[in-house]
Write a protein that binds this ligand. Sequence first.
Ligand code: ADP
Ligand code: ZN
Length: 746
Amino acid sequence: MTKPSYVRVIIDRAIHRELDYAVPEGLMDRVGVGSRVRVPFRDKSALGTVVAVTEQSEAKGIRPIEAVVGEAPILSERLLELGRWIGAYYCCPIETVMRSLLPQVIRRAEIGWKKQLFVQPAGKIDVEDLEKLRRRAPRQAELLDAILRLESPIRASELLRQTSLDNQTLRALVKRGLVELREEAVVRDPHADEQFIATSNLTLNPEQTDALNEIRQALDWPENSRPILLHGVTGSGKTEIYLQAIRAALDRGQTAIVLVPEISLTPQTVERFKSRFAEAQDAVAVLHSHLSEGERHDEWYKIHSGRARIVIGARSAVFAPLKNLGLIVVDEEHETTYKQEEAPRYHARDVAIVRARIEKCVVVLGSATPSLESYNNAAIGKYRLVTLTQRIDEKQMPLIRIVDLRQERRKEKAAAILSEKLRAAIADRMEKGEQTILFLNRRGFSTSLLCSNCGEARNCPNCSVALTFHRHPAVAGRLSCHLCGHTAAVPKKCPACGQDALIYAGFGTEKVESTVSQIFPKAVVRRMDADSMTRKEAYRETLREFRTGKIDILLGTQMIAKGLHFPNVTLVGIINADLALHLPDFRAGERTFQLLTQVAGRAGRGETSGEVFVQTYTPFSPSIQFARHHDFAGYFQQELEFRERCDFPPFKHAILITVRSAHEGRAKLSAETLRRRLKEALPQEFILGDATPAPLEKLQGQFRFHILIRGEAIMRLSRLVRETVDKLPFPEDVIVTVDVDPYQLL
Ligand code: ADP
Ligand code: ZN
């Protein structure tokens, strides 16, 4: 058998090419597809990933690889295939895809396992020796006693902590030859201190049983199965179905991935999974953005080595290197945070669908408010639709009441924050000892500082948005920009006209907090938003306090909108339902519908039924009306008609090109030139928009222009766009980004 002697390598740096290298004799046994290698590149060396192993190469001037990094290949051929699909679909070079496919800590291979010293007795210890030691060195004897009582070796640091003795005493025992120290790799487990009490399967209700059977059948014949869309109202027991479906996959000797939005990856969620599979300590790996590099390294290898069989994580967990993958669950599949907003700009749900196809495994998308794209795929038969129409234990869906702020404002100006009706409802809950959630998707105290004389607002010098006034101590009484972090002092007079006529307008969560505290002085009110939750533990603590009833009113931004389950919450108030509706985004209506439904779903999850107040200036907008009646199908139908009329997804794919530069003229000119080239390159079937200033014209000091293209054949469109962009020489300070299936249209 001839041994392969060449490898094709993708270098980590952006060169848009794959290069061939020779493999020296001594390294041949250690290289395979997916190996990490160090190779000469120009006059330096670089890291790269092997993507093919061959016996021949046509390339000229081939140089040998310098070293193999790490032990085994770390990327499977299937994941590599997935990476190539992402590159082609999302219009992105493969080396950029690699950055997401492999976490940096794994690619660089600079961090290894954490080593720690373990203590154990050195063979049999003579009783006489011990007695002698007791007299001469009592503290050493005390430590030795503790060591002799051990059933297994213990970490030196742990031993010293338990006995309150010092390192010197331990070293002395080692010197006497009475105890041994051994270095061992330990796993950095962020959940090591937690105890998970095993839970067992709940008895499913008939709807859940049918849903689980669908998934089981798919597990039996994954080749013939379509992706399953599990549409279940909030509180219908979707998570229980995931848990039992995973169990079914494990029973078949397979592994599973569960994707959840970062924001729902709460301790509560992790606990539900860790507890159900508590029989195997290591079985569940958790991947999220707050892991330290060391923890990420350990979790990743725990998955790669096959010790972890279930991975639960945010977006990037879709790339978890599990073998024998049987099931991928994408919970809350409609969530926009599944879309990565930097290159590669992939959507984890869509990547999950493709990975499932490559791995021939089952994929389940779950949501109470499926995205229009997914629901449409179910409607046309691409996905299999499974529905749960009932909440568990026949709990009622909460009653949704619409409060027309136009009328309320006529009665009383302050009503814009808390209408009379919502106030009465909160008072009622306070009396009954029940809890309230108030939701407002806007941070800060006042959202702008206006001059009542000349009308000028204080805008960010770097971005085209108004500065928000914060009272919060971190920015104490200053104006700040939520986009770039710029802060400024509050001027005494209007800098534009010199008049002493400045007024605060608009309100955010801080203002709501102070208003609520004023109206309900006895209530314990807690605010949960990016400003109040800066400490790592704060989120967890606040949720615990809320669960144990120490907080009466929890108020916050989307942080509290999703996935939380508090039985004693019987009232949810949505302070302003219109915020998302007026964004210049074709998904604005969809997002409002989803948000209302999800927030409303936090109410009435316990014994008493729930009530929701939605405050709005546009009470008759379809998103609000359909959400009010829990009518997903009705909402879907009308939204679908709108999308079809306007050639938006799911009828056409969209590609958004952003051209930006600190120099306005250059950005504009480049965008217009690119538009002209696209016009020449794209066939008629594609709808090419003009080069226009982006809705957010200026961001972080850069002027931004947009070109929106729509069409059906997305792979073809992607390729043509890539070729056109690559051919154009843009000025150095002009940055062009291409976003396929964009979610961020600002
Ligand atoms: P969803 O994910 O659809 O919002 P969950 O899975 O969180 O719903 O379920 C809501 C609550 O109902 C949870 O407390 C869960 O433990 C409970 N539950 C789910 N299925 C059952 C069942 N078959 N029997 C009893 N309780 C259940
Ligand atoms: Zn700014």
